[in-house]
Design a protein around this ligand. Structure first.
Ligand code: G4P
Ligand code: MG
Length: 171
């Protein structure tokens, strides 16, 4: 198989098991931070289990003229971030840990606001050499599944959801 295909139901099950594993670690987040746009839907699904508010951030590799930039940069951040994050336990959520560069960037930005703790939960981690690294302040890192380094097709990117489901079923 060249690519991975997942249905919303697959994602739901992964999110549910991730939520259970967050609880098992004993880490009780005060709030979650979703990295958009890929992290938005997983973060909302996780909220069904963890019942904590979601703050959204946007991080991009592209500038406003859609040209690729060398490093990720912030396109949307949290209003009054210092007040909302300082001293809080944050669960950072994204869909895929690929190069890890965006994750590292986002963790470093959050650390500037002096959270009590940051834990990271991603749906999928690609097993590959990473360009970014998870800073040592982060004690908990959970991935719903470890995947080979192939492109992952998420249901929210599908134009034809029936074709997505058929591909996910191996048809
Ligand atoms: P990382 O730190 O989380 O590893 O992310 P990285 O910067 O390497 O990823 C750059 C972009 O590529 C991210 O989205 C990420 O979601 C996306 N990406 C990487 N691998 C895959 C994949 O296998 N499938 C899909 N669908 N996306 C992947 P972005 O372009 O920055 O933003 P957005 O698409 O989340 O809005
Ligand atoms: Mg993406």
């Amino acid at each position: 198989m060249e690519k991975y295909y997942f249905t919303y139901n697959d994602i739901h099950r992964t999110v549910r098991s991730l939520a259970e594993r967050v609880v098992q670690t004993g880490f009780a987040p005060d709030l979650t931070v979703a990295i958009g746009t890929g992290g938005f839907i997983p973060a909302r699904m996780l909220k069904t289990f963890l019942k904590k508010p979601i703050l959204a951030v946007g991080i991009a590799y592209y500038d406003d003229q859609n040209r690729a930039t060398e490093y990720p940069h912030t396109i949307q951040w949290i209003d009054e971030a210092q007040r909302k994050i300082r001293g809080k336990k944050i669960l950072l959520i994204d869909e895929v840990d690929d190069s890890r560069v965006t994750l590292e960037y986002c963790i470093r930005e959050l650390l500037r606001h002096e959270p009590a703790e940051i834990a990271v939960a991603v749906l999928h981690n690609k097993k590959k050499e990473k360009r970014g690294s998870i800073p040592p302040e982060v004690k908990i890192y959970l991935a719903g599944a470890d995947l080979e380094d192939k492109w992952v097709c998420y249901p929210w990117d599908a134009i034809d959801i029936d074709a997505q489901e058929a591909s996910a079923a191996g048809k």
